[in-house]
Design a protein around this ligand. Sequence first.
Ligand code: SAM
Length: 424
Amino acid sequence: MSQTGVEARRGAVYLLDQILGENPRLMSELLAAGALEKLPPEERARAQRLATETLRGLERADRLLQKHLKKYPPLTVRNALRVGTVELCQGGAAHGVVNAMVNLVSRHPRLGHLKGLTNAVLRKIAAEGPDAWPTLRAPRLPKWLRGPLVEAWGPEAMAAIEVAHFAGAPLDLTAKGDPQAVAQAVGGTLLPTGSIRVSDPDQVSAMPGYAEGDWWVQDAAAALPAAILAPKPGEDILDLCAAPGSKTMQLAAGGANVTAVDDSAARMARLKENLARTGLSAKTIVQDARAATGTFDAILLDAPCSATGTIRRHPDLPHAKDGSEFGVLIALQEELINHAWTLLKPGGRMVFCTCSLLPDEGEVQVDEALERHEDMRVDAEALKVPGVEVDWITAEGGLRLRPDYWPDLGGMDGFYIACLRKTG
Ligand SMILES: C[S@@+](CC[C@H](N)C(=O)[O-])C[C@H]1O[C@@H](n2cnc3c(N)ncnc32)[C@H](O)[C@@H]1O
């Protein structure tokens, strides 16, 4: 086992210590704060991959481990055992994985004495774990999130969503021009909605057409709001909560004059890099969307939300969060809808969307907006874009997308999308 392999695993354990610790943090926050910056890029990617896989399989790993632990060791050792267990059960070579983990624990300044335990437990896992692993159920979401989702979608759908979360997500791309040409260039398949799916991707920036700006990474579900808005050349379109800009690029590629607003300067910098790489243009404004001004033919409001639709990509979320932010987010979404509505020309359309599985951030939000605004109508016809299935359309005329949809194609992120028309 190379030294670098140990370092990547140490990086993974560090991420898990933070995500599952007393003051939990999201992996994206940890990485943005430079958590793994001392590692070379390849090892950093490997550490991130190991931590992500471990979080996806956490419940299974804990079930296997609990048989061999009389009491739980300190979190760092527990996390080292979890990473080792997931690696072993997913085909990692027993000798290499066990040695690396024992090495990692033995060099810990306070926990080195637990190297014997690490060795003994992981040897047992190496012997019996790989056969037991596939017999265990798909890991369940924690109660704080499972409860409201079972209430919303029922126990069967919940189980299917959990299977989709455990399977993880393929890489989806949106083409700036011809999707067929991009699919061919990257060796991907074209999805019914026009996104390109790559199941076994190389490093993104090394893929054909990346440097040329022929495409950008965007989940197939996340590509639908802009498709439903259907930008026309020359239209003035406001993209609220726009960064890092995948929807801005779709709107700009459609020939619209796009104004992109986001209150995060750091995320807006990424939006600008994305525009530069793809050769697309938009006006960018860093401000609170509730202070945006002007009048527009169309608005896309991709409101901040619980992001519970993205768990298959971000399995840290259910562990790092506890639902205590929901109320604030739901109130902010309502304020954003109300303000955005004042910026829309009569006859104009606004697409409201969230990457959430919670009806309070989707169906309920639209139901309540319709009660508040007499000049608001739902345009369900706008949802009929290629690949959208009628079963996905909801009672109030929005679109509900879930990770368990398209099971044979590899799933999609959870999303809610509605097209709202201003009458008069
Ligand atoms: C779901 S993400 C947007 C993703 C983006 N539309 C895309 O397709 O790439 C939500 C964004 O809302 C921004 N945001 C949160 N609160 C905001 C506010 N009050 N005003 C403007 N932007 C806000 C966040 O910085 C974040 O970039």
